[in-house]
Design a protein around this ligand. Sequence first.
Ligand code: FES
Length: 158
Amino acid sequence: MTTFQLNGKTVIVDLRPGTTLLDYLRQEGFFSVKYGSDKGETGADSVLVDGKIMNASLMLIHTVNGKTIETVESFATGRDVHPLQDAFIEEGAIQCGYCTPGMILAIESLAREIETPSEDNVKDVLAGVYCRCTGYVKPIKAAIKYLAAKNTKGHEGK
Ligand code: FES
């Protein structure tokens, strides 16, 4: 048995050996997590594991026992999207959208790790997510906008 938290809910599974976290998530309808390759180079399969960006295709399901998994499905509630998703929309940073969930999770992992990330930090973290539409400028702008707003908010009232 494998027990973990997935988007705030406890999940208990007993799956065949060799099942990856990507296999499980796709089977359960978490379609924001996508297949990109068998080796995780594309970042399309990104998820947050205990707040850190990881490749779901490289994780066997039993290795997530006791961990907390987040996908982009947990970022929006109905039509209320996460402020980072809002920044992507405002900056026109979404083209086909295939890479967008991975980018959102990568930026969020950075925001949680470093209080005031630099543009270079943003570029570094997005280097792990391939955009076949080659649209990196606008996602970087969206990330910087989100991080600046988050930082300003975080310092209000201090
Ligand atoms: S928006 Fe199409 S792959 Fe990035």
